[in-house]
Structures are given as structure tokens and as C-alpha cells.
Ligand binder design. Structure first.
Ligand code: GLY
Length: 365
């Protein structure tokens, strides 16, 4: 006897607009199947407002879930003004932009990833090619670039002038005892006004002056049939040790998708996410029945619990870094959460794209 699969537990206030409807394509003709349509829903990190809109538009235009999210994040990868992703991303300690990306396609259980790839503006497209055209899941470094070239991706210089200037200043401020002049010293030499350290007009302060950028974009989607996909793409930790790979290209860490349950992804301190298999953990909590928001919070509490290194703790004993999770389940329920209050995430549902406040573990002091 056929299994009765109920794709939606209609929950008040969630997956607005979900309605009884046609069988999903994969189950058409199957006997005794009761399926409700899901309201297509896309979530992303706070820098992904345009991405979620694009992804939902792509779905409406007939794209698959994986094509939709990849085209969404491509917008951010191509944007020279986002210094945490793709072109314009901040470089490693050597001044070289190294990018990471991974993705999963729920219906085919496909996965692809690239890590520490250089010269490729949209690493998510290469991750997609790894998934589609190889028997592997992860290619790294030079091999990943050679594969990308073989697939027709252009090799380009990704370091924008603004990112180069930030890296030059970071390098000069690393030490008082090397031969690089600090911004104040060089301003004096060239007779120009000294610019406030780390002020690049975008509210971000660079290393040694405060915040060290560690942005990323994650994007997760569910379509009308309850099919899911996820993608994460990043330039990783600014000024990282060359070859450092964060959570974003690690399947199960920076993103994870199980077509039976949901999809999730992360931004923030990648090392904390890797150590806790973060996005996989979020999906497993959803499998146990948790709402996506609660699943994100529980996975964050796991990070807080295992963060014991003093160098990573503030005076209050709490992590001195932030991590954000984003998740959507097969029913179209969604959520986002961060260790600290003040974070936002992007969502597009029912024709409306907006930023929503993330839930949080700790109120920021
Ligand atoms: N979450 C991005 C990174 O740590 O590289």
C-alpha cells in the first residue's frame, strides 16, 4: 500500500497562502497520495534581499530550486560593493582573493563545492558544475580553478581597488616593527590628511581596529512541491591565512539540504560552524519536529556550549564572535537566528521580500 505523505502540516501564521492543490510532478499518478502545495519561500542572510527576490522570480519563470538560489546569489557575487562575497571580496593575508562555495539540490540529492578557488567571480556556478558534471563533491585551490576554466568560466582579477586599499592598511597596521608605514605615517609622508583608521565609509572597521569582516551569503528555498535547495558563497574571513577554508564550502557546515526535511545555512565565524556540523545540525533538529527558528537557536546553543577557549570568550564568558543560521522546511516554515541580537535575515514569500529580525540566544550588551 502506498505511503500516505502529507507534505504540509498547516500551521497558523506560517507558509502563508499554502493551499490544497495539485500533486507535485514526482508523485503525479501515485495512488492515495494527499499533497498540499507549499508557498514558495526563500530565505537568505541579511545581504540577500535582492537574492531572495531574484530566486523567487526565477522559480516563477520555471527554474529549478537550485538554479533559482544560484542565480539569486550570483547578484551578490557580482557586486563589487559587497566585500564579503565574490568579486570585491576582501583578500587573504597575501592580498589574494580566495573564494568558497557549496550547494545542495534536494530532489536529486546532489551536492557540489569549491574551496580556496582564485580568479572566479561566481564560485557558486563552479560548485554547480562540480555537482552536475563530476563524480566528486568538493574541488579545491588550483585544481578547482583548472576545472572551472575547463568548463568555460573566465579567470578574472577579483581584487577591487577598494579591497586592495583595505588590505594595504591592514598589512601596515599588523606590526610596529616591520617596514610598512601605518596610514598615519604614510599620510604624513605624502602630505595628505590622515583618514580615520578602518573607516571605509561602509560602517565596517578592519582588523586591529575592531570588527574583522566575515560576511557571506547563504540562500535556501522551497518550491510549490516542497522541493528544496541551498547554496552558500563567500570570500571568507578577511586577511585569512592563505589556504584557510571556512564553513561555506563544507557540505553539512555552511549549508545542508535534505529534501525530506528542509534546508539551512550559516554566516559568521566558520570555525565554530565547522566544529558543530552546523547546518546539518539545524536540519536534524528540524527532522525532530522543531520549527526552523528553534532549530537554528538550538544549533547556536550547541556552539555556545562547545566554545571553551578563553581567547574566544568575552569577559562575560560568552562567545566573542557571532554566528547566524537561516532555515526553511518542507512546509514553507522559515526562520533565522544568531548568537547575538541585532541580526536580520532576508525572506521572500507570497510576493513580498523583506528583512526580518533574527531570533537570538543573547541580547547584545
Ligand atoms: N562563514 C564564512 C567563513 O567563516 O568563511
Amino acid at each position: 500500500m502506498a505511503t500516505r505523505r502529507d507534505f504540509i502540516k498547516t500551521t497558523a501564521g506560517v507558509g502563508a497562502g499554502a493551499a490544497l492543490g495539485a500533486f507535485p510532478r514526482s508523485l503525479e499518478g501515485a495512488p492515495n497520495v494527499i499533497v498540499r502545495r507549499v508557498t514558495p519561500t526563500c530565505v537568505a542572510s541579511g545581504n540577500g534581499l535582492a537574492a531572495v527576490s531574484r530566486a523567487i522570480e526565477e522559480l516563477a519563470g520555471g527554474a529549478s530550486t537550485i538554479e533559482a538560489v544560484v542565480r539569486g546569489v550570483n547578484l551578490v557575487e557580482e557586486d563589487p560593493n559587497d566585500s564579503s562575497v565574490g568579486y570585491g571580496g576582501l583578500p587573504n593575508a597575501d592580498g589574494v582573493v580566495q573564494l568558497d562555495s557549496s550547494l545542495m539540490h534536494g530532489p536529486t540529492r546532489g551536492a557540489g563545492a569549491v574551496a580556496a578557488i582564485e580568479g572566479i567571480k561566481r564560485p557558486s556556478l563552479v560548485a554547480l558544475d562540480v555537482m552536475r558534471y563530476t563524480d566528486h563533491h568538493l574541488l579545491v585551490g588550483e585544481g578547482a580553478q583548472r576545472f572551472a576554466k575547463s568548463m568555460g568560466h573566465p579567470i578574472e582579477d577579483l581584487l577591487t581597488e577598494s579591497a586592495r586599499q583595505r588590505w594595504i592598511e591592514w598589512r601596515a597596521r599588523l606590526s610596529d616593527s616591520d617596514d610598512y608605514l601605518t596610514p598615519a605615517e604614510s599620510a604624513e609622508r605624502i602630505g595628505q590628511p590622515y583618514r580615520r583608521p578602518g573607516d571605509f565609509g561602509d560602517g565596517l572597521l578592519d582588523s586591529h581596529d575592531g570588527y574583522r569582516p566575515q560576511g557571506t551569503i547563504n540562500c535556501d528555498i522551497v518550491d510549490v512541491n516542497g522541493d528544496l535547495s541551498s547554496v552558500t558563497t563567500t570570500s571568507g574571513l578577511a586577511y585569512k591565512i592563505p589556504g584557510r577554508v571556512g564553513d561555506s564550502p563544507i557540505i553539512g557546515a555552511g549549508q545542508f539540504c535534505d529534501n525530506d526535511v528542509g534546508a539551512a545555512g550559516s554566516t559568521g565565524r566558520g570555525e565554530a560552524v565547522i566544529k558543530t556540523c552546523g547546518s546539518h545540525t539545524v536540519v536534524e533538529y528540524m527532522r525532530q519536529g522543531m520549527h526552523p527558528k528553534d532549530a537554528c537557536l538550538e544549533a547556536l546553543r550547541r556552539i555556545v556550549h562547545v566554545t571553551v577557549e578563553e581567547r574566544l570568550l568575552g569577559e562575560d564568558g560568552r562567545p566573542s564572535f557571532n554566528v547566524n543560521y537561516y532555515a526553511v522546511n518542507k512546509n514553507g516554515e522559515y526562520g533565522g537566528a544568531a548568537i547575538y541580537s541585532g541580526a536580520r535575515f532576508a525572506v521572500s514569500v507570497d510576493g513580498d521580500s523583506r528583512l526580518e529580525d533574527s531570533a537570538y540566544v543573547f541580547q547584545r550588551a
